[in-house]
Unconditional design. Structure first.
Length: 243
């Protein structure tokens, strides 16, 4: 059985003894009921990991770090998912599975047809919640780098940001299919996939994306739910590109 993995938001160095942050120590010692002398793995999201041995002093937890191990589980290229905000807690699922599939970034979009609309403290709480989900998913799936989850913006605001690599919008009526387009760009290093909310992108948003140089592609003969489409695209694109 592999050792439990924990994200540790602290400087890590080989052979050092560190005090575990309170939340990490609580999870390891109180929730998982790990004991002194048990092996764990720590990573701080900057790449690589450290095998470590737990030490306990009263209610405080410490870790004696071993040698740095430069192990990575990242895709060969960078995939960003631009996800129109779905209703309910579907975004939780999207964030968790995007981490598992290797996405580097998720950009939630407050689309014109998004049912879920967030602002103020509620927005801040939800973004922090998504970031915790991304952290937990990285611990579980073996990634040593954290996927970024941005705060929601409108599609127009996102399109105004500097463009990077190929940007594709999933649309059932597009003339070009995903596989054909990706096979024509084998040296691609960065890919961005845009998926609308339950009601899809509005005509205005589609026009804005097209004007910004985003290409529309179709993906299969079936209509996928918004929480399925982006994840299927990530998996398919990674496989088609050999990442």
């Amino acid at each position: 059985m592999s050792a439990p993995r924990f994200f540790c938001d602290a400087p890590l160095s080989a052979r050092a003894r560190i005090a575990l942050p309170d939340a990490l120590a609580h999870h390891a010692l109180r929730v998982l009921r790990l004991r002194a002398g048990e092996s764990v793995i720590l990573f701080n999201g900057k790449g690589g990991e450290y095998p470590a041995v737990l030490e306990v002093e009263g209610k405080a937890g410490f870790a004696q770090l071993g040698a740095f191990e430069a192990r990575e589980a990242e895709l060969a290229g960078r995939i960003t998912l631009v996800q129109g905000l779905p209703s309910g807690d579907k975004m939780d699922w999207v964030v968790e599975k995007a981490v598992e599939l290797g996405a580097a970034q998720v950009c939630p979009i407050a689309a014109q047809r998004s049912v879920l609309q967030l602002s103020g403290p509620r927005l801040d709480k939800r973004v922090a919640h998504w970031q915790r989900i991304a952290q937990s998913a990285a611990e579980q799936c073996g990634r040593n780098r954290l996927m970024t989850v941005n705060a929601p913006v409108t599609l127009a605001d996102w399109l105004a940001l500097p463009a990077d690599g190929l940007r594709l919008l999933c649309h059932p009526d597009a003339d070009t299919d995903l596989a054909g387009l990706l096979h024509a760009t084998p040296s691609l290093a960065s890919l961005t996939l845009l998926v609308g909310p339950e009601g899809g992108w509005s005509d205005k948003e589609l026009a804005e994306a097209r004007k910004a140089g985003v290409q529309a592609v179709r993906f299969g003969p079936r209509v996928l739910r918004t929480e399925t489409a982006g994840l299927a695209l990530i998996a398919a694109a990674g496989a088609l590109l050999g990442w």
